[in-house]
Design a binder for this molecule. Sequence first.
Ligand code: ATP
Ligand code: MG
Length: 587
Amino acid sequence: MTTIENNMSSQNFLRRIIEEDINSGKLDKRLWSGIPGPSNLQKNIKKIDFASIRTRFPPEPNGYLHIGHAKSICINFGLAEQYNGSCHLRFDDTNPDKEDKEYVESIIEAVNWLGFKWINNSQNNLYFASDYFNYMYEFAEELIKNDYAYIDEQNEDEIKHNRGTLTNPGIESPWRNRPSEESLILFRRMKNQEYPNGSLVLRAKIDMKSPNVNMRDPIMYRIRHSSHHRTGSKWCIYPMYSWAHPVEDALEGITHSICTLEFEDQRSLYDWFLEKLKKIGIFSDPLPHQYEFARLNLSYVVTSKRKLLTLVKGGYVDGWDDPRLPTIFGLRRRGYTPRSIRLFCERISVSKSDSLIDYSILEQALRDDLDIAATRAIAILNPLKLIITNYPINYSEICHAPINHHDKNLGYRNFSFQRELWIDKYDFQEDPQKNYFRLFPGNLVRLKYGYIVRCTGCRKDSKGNIIEVHAEYLPDTKSGTDGSNRIKVKGNITWLSSTDAQSVTINLYEHLFTKPILDSDENNFIDYINPNSKKTITALLEPNTINRDIKTWQFERLGYFIMDKDSTDENIVINRIVTLKDSYIKN
Ligand code: ATP
Ligand code: MG
């Protein structure tokens, strides 16, 4: 089930294609005026494109971006970066019913946060497909005039029925061979708001018997009397994806149009439209080409926009940026860094075959990113008192711990050692299990950065719950002193002194689902929501950990943590991003 795609052969299939294209010289003479448009417009300016390739990330602004989109973003922007090309951020806003400005803004913020730029050589490559509605309409008229498209009066059900199946050819529409002039008039009237929704469509005239169902006279335009978030009520006809997309790519001079595998069957249609537009003289070589890669499937998460919407609207999570969601904003709030997401995308690589990526690969990318630089601190998630019975009352000593073990130059943290300390309750077992090296009666353990102690027992309440652990310290064994290596011990536990530990709220997150593979279960994914996916506890934190500049830490022996965006001075809220791989403290 856990598959890391085999990098060596597949990693570079897109890079290989791009390098071949660059080396062949066929991309050299492309004209690019800096403004999307057909060939005659590019020719007027006569500027050779400075970008070696052009790619694009074309989200539909109908939801928040997720980790799957991050893969597409990293591929498209990453390839452009690598080959001195340009990557366009293009909103594919051709379907007014589901789209919204809110999503446009969130997508811009997410791509920016991931660290990618669409401004290159002072050209701002941020585009909206809706800005091309005039072009799309004009080009459609040209196709009609050349008898490559016609207006069909069949209703939706008839069209669907007459499309045929994989085994049966389709049936030609009775309107298929009407004169072009008639189609043209109807198309203009369609645009002029004269017909109700669903009454007419514009179809490409290709081949109703094609083995590829997509080629059986696909619909190019349908009537939708809906207001669009950018064009308002100007249009009542909207282009279908398969017509709009090749036109958008060609207008923008895209060289490599990279998309996910489900569009493979659409490639011949993509090429058909562009070939016809070239023949008519609207576009010229080199035309854009479509290439497909396997979408990201990640265990324990859902990435379908519809399912994410159900989770948010149904109140199963706390909004689009809930730290348990695989949305970019959820990952950001959880504590994932842009670098860790980019590292993850690099590691999973690009291939043409579907696979399931284990969530742990994403977690490891975060650990690898944060390990080197994260400030260390101590936190106690399940506090239990430890009394050092032979240590003087009202006395304390300062202990030192490196801010980061990888770079001692960063200096040291200080905290005090006293008679009354806090430890984690999982660091004591009255009756130790096999291979348990931490506190149990008679055992010697180092209190990290402090003294070696010998556990002497514990105290219980009337119900038998352990309320205090007792130990005696061995003077002379303080870390950093000459005697510290005098005795070797196997257990090394973290602690805080009872007077200077700071109380904070910590959210402990687990997978949102109890089942690793969800996407095949269409509607019952809600049944697999993990009831323990968020646990909020009050924990204790090393003094002076909270300061203005640092918001992400490694809490020793526990994992990586981040200050939540809702944290205030009065109520400090911290999210656990991920545990350390070999963490043995349970919660
Ligand atoms: P939905 O979840 O509604 O199907 P979508 O994935 O089609 O949405 P778009 O906004 O059309 O969303 O996606 C923009 C780009 O991101 C597309 O090129 C799409 O192929 C790519 N993309 C979307 N999901 C993934 C994924 N899981 N892995 C890789 N690329 C993806
Ligand atoms: Mg889509």
